[in-house]
Write a protein that binds this ligand. Sequence first.
Ligand SMILES: *[C@@H]1O[C@H](CO)[C@@H](O)[C@H](O)[C@H]1NC(C)=O
Ligand SMILES: *[C@@H]1O[C@H](CO)[C@@H](O)[C@H](O)[C@H]1NC(C)=O
Length: 338
Amino acid sequence: MSDSEEAADQGQVLVIVTATVGGFSLLVILTLFLLITGRCQWYIKSKIKSEDKKRTQYQNGHVPFPGLKTYIDPDTYEDPSQAIHEFAKEIDPSRIRIERVIGAGEFGEVCSGRLRIPGKKEIPVAIKTLKGGYTERQRRDFLREASIMGQFDNPNIIRLEGVVTKSRPVMIVVEYMENGSLDSFLRKHDGHFTVIQLVGMLRGIASGMMYLSDIGYVHRDLAARNILVHDNLVCKVSDFGLSRVLEDDPEAAYTTTGGKIPIRWTAPEAIAYRKFSSASDAWSYGIVMWEVMSYGERPYWEMSNQDVSHLVYSNSTKFLTIEFSKAVFLGKMYFKFF
Ligand SMILES: *[C@@H]1O[C@H](CO)[C@@H](O)[C@H](O)[C@H]1NC(C)=O
Ligand SMILES: *[C@@H]1O[C@H](CO)[C@@H](O)[C@H](O)[C@H]1NC(C)=O
C-alpha cells in the first residue's frame, strides 16, 4: 500500500467513525429530547390538573409575568389575619391625623387626613374605618381589600400605606386622591380636556390594568366610578375589596346565574357563565374608554340592564362583536404599548 492509499483509507475510516459518532450522538440527543419533552408534557399535564383546582385562586389559569410576584388570593389563607400581616404594614395610630369625613363606605366612614412617616414629611391620606359593633366576618371582609392592595406596586394602582388592626377603630390607610372618582370628575369638567389629555388618562388606566393582568389579578369591576383621579389627571385603579362580592356596587344587578354583576361593564361570557378573566377586564376597559371619551356618560344610556345584557349577550355575535372587538382591540393595544 502506498502512503497516499493509506491516507485515503484513514480518511475513509475517519469519515465512517465521524458519521457513526455523529449519528449516535444525534440519536442520543433526540432520545433525550423526546424523553424530556415527554416528561415536560406529563409534568405540564399534571400541572394543568392541579392548576384547575387552583382556578379560583388565579381566576384564569394565568401564567405570571416573569420577574413579577404572583397575586395571592387572601381567601386561600386559613387564617386571614396572617394574610394581612404579610401584605400590609401595621401603622401606629398616633401617626394618623384624621381631618374630615369625605364619604361613607359599606363598613364605615371614609375620611381624609395626614399620615406622619418617620424621617419624612406628612403625606395626605384617605382613611377607611370599620364602624364599631362589627362581626368577625365583617372585619375580615373589610381587611381583605388591604390584603389585596398591599400586594400591588404600580403608579396606576391606588397605594396602600398600611392598616391599623391592633387598636380600635380598625383602619385602612391609602394614598389620598384629591380629585375623586373619575366618572364624577369627568361630568364636572365636561368638555374641558383635550383629546390628548383624555387619552393620557386612558393610557394610565391601561398601564395599571396591564400590571394587574401580569401578576394574575382579575379586577371584575373596572369602571370609571372605580378609578380615582390625582392631580395632573393621573388615574389610578381602585376598589379591590369588591372583586369577589360586588355587593356594594350600586351598579351591580342580580343575574339569572345568581351572582351580582355590573351588567353594563361586564363581558358577555362573564355575565353568562361568570367567566371572569383578564380578557373580561379588557372588555370593561373598552367600556371605560367609552366613558372617558364621552365625559362620563352612562354606557348604553338609559337602556335597562335587561336590554343591555340581551344586546350584549344574545346579540353579541353580530353587532357587538364588531363594535366591541374594536374597543377591546384598542384596549389590548394599549395594554401592549404602554
Ligand atoms: C383637583 O383637586 C384640587 C384640590 O381640590 C383642585 O385644586 C384642582 O383644581 C383639581 N383639578 C382639576 C383639574 O379640577
Ligand atoms: C341586534 O341588535 C341590532 C341593533 O340593536 C338589531 O337591529 C337587531 O335586530 C338585533 N338582532 C337580534 C338577533 O336580536
